[in-house]
Design a protein around this ligand. Sequence first.
Ligand SMILES: [Zn+2]
Length: 385
Amino acid sequence: MNKSVNSQYSLITFGDADECYRSALRRVTVLLNSGRGRICKISWLQLDDVSLATVFSERRLNSELISYLLSAPPEGNIEADRASNEVRAEHEFYGRFQLQSRANPERLHVTFNTTEVFRQWSLDRLHRPDSHDEIVNAMFEKDKKSAYSIVFANYLVKNFWHNIVHLKLQKINDLNFHEFGGDARYESDFVADNLANIFLLKSYGYKVKTRGSQSPSELGKLQRLFEINRCNRVFAERALQRNEGQTKLENFLERGWRFKRQIANALSSKLLCRGAAVTDIAIYFTGKLKAQDGDRDGYYYSGNVVVRLNQAYYNTGCAPYLNDSNAVGLTDERKSDIRTFYSARVQEIVDLSVTRYTSDLKSDKGLRDFASNAVLGLEEKLLQW
Ligand SMILES: [Zn+2]
């Protein structure tokens, strides 16, 4: 079946994309190397990518702090010898992080080995973020190449933190990740997504707030930061390449997890924008998994979506919406309706949960203290070396 990744054109060159990887690595290393007696200043994170690159080259920090490497493709250079995209998605997708403390000066050096597959697919699946934000649109009108570089670097910063959370906090690395499939994979990803959002915000010089108050100007800036992060479909591509040969039930369960992850991610960023960061998010479906009589979709859950935020459980009263917009035989109109209903349901669940959590924050000093201590503890755990 021909559903191969198509690289007939790219929005930026491989050279520009490689510079985005370095930009993202600089932000991550500054955060890891700032603080008492360290060689970076946290205020550098308020600079744009180009200015931060200048600071690094003026102080000769590139070789001290970052290495960006491309792993050689495995066996055989001739296209015909290559593994299928399904195998590549499974086994040749993830790059490798190494964090090494080095002396003179004392520092944490970060190495990222990208794979050929990730480098190519992430460039092919880069897209302009769907935004109504005037500043974002002006940025693309002024200089497309630089705008794509800015959004791609932002995407990579979050991706890098996600991986560093797997590595430093969860002890899941490129060698053992196959041991943590199934629920372990999904749940470790929920945690990594939320913490990556927290560290994305810090990587651009913003403070993480937990008490539920935020100035309108800061709110706007943070919304923009998360909005431009939605600029790459590389993981959707990977899922597409891997999902060949799934049964109907597997496919349904996969959609369930994706629905949960989308809620968790949207909830995480919305709470951060509102100044109400949480360190604990979980999404559950109550009730039972049931087979549907005569329906082409086959299955449904009989209960509601329940959300857990910083240990408190909230019943949203909303049912999961798991119709498949990619099902065979649907008209374009029906597909588009399904996507609209899906987004609306995610939004409804997110809004309800944010309202309930922020209202609890206002009335509960214990919750406010817990929220801020938990963020501090996690920052310490992740940034310490
Ligand atoms: Zn992950």
